[in-house]
Design a protein around this ligand. Structure first.
Ligand code: NAP
Length: 285
């Protein structure tokens, strides 16, 4: 068996085209263009690439992107002030603070300063709590994007065993909540799980988000399963690779995401979708 590829780039392009159409309709009705403020502190090269992609996606989706590139020396107080002013800014519907922040700034404090109705990354405890309580408002972009990929494949998690490897606040945990919401029976593996093999072998839908290349071996993958690889790691030759042994897994899975071109573009597309929906007033805290 050779798995079918889940083309995240193409699916994300469809989302962005749809968002662009909706923005054009809004403009035609005399409404303003939805605005996303993208804040980057310091010059982490990986963050710079992500931020550039997000700004490019705004242009493709017809959204206004407002850049706030701040020096590494920015204090926590200065960043809080900027967020508070963006919370009040009527032209801004979404506020994104690119993570990680410099060590002298407390990440969780900053996230909690963002107005939950403008928290288009979906990281604010209010939004994570809403997801946990089955009444999601703004949903964390990467897990939300993964749900769209699973919907695209057409295999419902209902009645199926879904295994999430990785339990971070921004991917693994909200991913487990999304899969629960979709009706899956969910197992979450983390650094204390130990042997991952028996969990992976029983997964009908497998989502891996650890940040370690090859942590999931191809021969563990259940035949015919859906494999979603969130991992993004830079290999020694400079290439971007996932967490799953792609060549091995592809021989057993029914569907698999490539890296790059799988989850990454969907994360950005969901950020655009969240910003549009925040602007349309569909989000009320
Ligand atoms: P993270 O914050 O470092 O979290 C990694 C998770 O993996 C933690 O929950 C950790 O467990 C768990 N873990 C560590 N060792 C493990 C092991 N041996 N077995 C099972 N679980 C283990 O990373 P992240 O932000 O979630 O990102 C994970 C990967 O996804 C990275 O490669 C990142 O670049 C990528 N990513 C991609 C996108 C995208 O759009 N494609 C978006 C976000 C992240 P504990 O909780 O117990 O420490």
């Amino acid at each position: 068996m050779t798995a079918q590829l889940i083309d995240g780039t193409a699916i994300a392009a469809e989302f962005k085209a749809e968002i662009r159409g909706q923005v054009e309709e809004m403009l035609a009705r005399g409404l303003r263009r939805p605005g996303l403020a993208v804040i980057m502190v310091g010059d982490n090269p990986a963050s710079a690439v992500y931020v550039r992609n997000k700004r490019k996606a705004c242009a493709e989706s017809g959204l206004l992107s407002v850049a706030h590139d701040l020096p590494y020396s920015t204090t926590q107080g200065e960043l809080v002030q900027l967020i508070e002013s963006l919370n009040r800014d009527a032209a801004i519907d979404g506020i994104l603070v690119q993570l990680p922040l410099p060590q002298h700034i407390e990440q969780s404090l900053i996230i909690e300063k963002i107005d939950p109705t403008k928290d288009v990354d979906g990281f604010h405890p209010f939004n994570v709590g809403r997801l946990a309580l089955r009444v999601p408002l703004i949903r964390p972009c990467t897990p939300y994007g993964v749900t769209k990929l699973i919907e695209h494949v057409g295999i419902s998690p209902k009645g199926r065993h879904c295994v999430v490897v990785g339990a971070s606040n921004i991917v693994g945990r909200p991913m487990a909540l999304e899969l629960l919401l979709m009706g899956g029976t969910v197992t979450v593996c983390h650094r204390f799980t130990g042997d991952l093999e028996p969990y992976v072998m029983s997964a009908d839908i497998l989502v891996v988000a650890v940040g370690r290349p090859g942590i999931v071996r191809g021969e563990w993958v259940k035949p015919g399963s859906v494999v979603i690889d969130v991992g993004m790691n830079r290999a020694a030759d400079g290439k971007l690779v996932g967490d799953v042994d792609f060549d091995g897994a592809r021989k057993r899975a029914g569907w698999i995401t490539p890296v790059p071109g799988g989850v990454g573009p969907m994360t950005v597309a969901m950020l655009m979708k969240n910003t549009l929906e925040a602007s349309a007033g569909r989000v009320h805290a």
